[in-house]
Ligand binder design. Sequence first.
Ligand code: CP
Ligand code: NVA
Length: 303
Amino acid sequence: MNLISIHDLKRDVIEGIFSRTQDLKEKGVSGEAPLSGKTLALIFEKPSGRTRVSFEVAMFQLGGYSIYLGQSDVQLGVRESIGDAGKVLSRYVDGIVLRTFAHGRVLEMTQASSAPVINGLSDKLHPCQVLSDIYTIREKRGNDRMKVAFVGDGNNVAHSWLYGAAKVGWELSIATPPGYEPLPEVVREALEDAKESGAGLEVTNDVLEAVKGADVVYTDVWTSMGNEIEKGEREKAFESYRVTKELLKKTGKDSLVMHCLPAHRGEEITDAVMDSPQSIVFDQAENRLHVQKGILSLLLGEQ
Ligand code: CP
Ligand code: NVA
């Protein structure tokens, strides 16, 4: 089984990841080694702190081993095709995490690899992040239906939020500046899933409407990795989509604040919000480790 998009996951698989996560989190570093003898390759074509380290530590704590391959190592599509590299690597390792640019590169790797492939972020999606975020919200607030307001860019994290909220039946309102909305195909597919789960999904340019009644206010950088050339124009376009104390008050609730990190303090989120008691960003970041363990134990443990 691969983990490319939350859209591909059945609800019981998501719940399975969460229950494994819970179990492994409670056990801590127990000395049990369910992934003994297993190796994970991490091919990263973009930088990473959390995703790389949480996967590497997770493998170590589960008794397995990981190999990090940075930009100058495999050079997918340069030294050899993604297909050839995937065929070879998967004869050595039991799983591949790929962080890359075009989402098609992840799909190509999935086609070639005989071992499970995990999307460690593409330009389109960041599924492991949002699985971890949903787990974190439930940990804080229980299993009630939540309203999440995603404020900022209709980017990879926003797309995974659309699929994630659609699967678990939550309310999600995404507020972006005009021209930065999520991809229509993602919205369409998420709305299909929402029919089954009863999720309420909305995309708007009205940030006040989005945050009204929100249990969680979530944001991410205005300029994602790979879009750096657009930084200047994005700063102008997103100016009124900053998460400030004033915006938080508009929820009318004691809302939680989340950010996948890394944060650009003073841009999409102020210091006052990041460091406020409502902010759970560091618990959120910690859970990347626990949820990676849940994911790895399911995907690599089953072989
Ligand atoms: N949130 C996240 O994926 O962080 P990194 O880019 O540091 O891995
Ligand atoms: N949207 C951000 C997420 C980083 C974890 C990016 O793609 O750069």
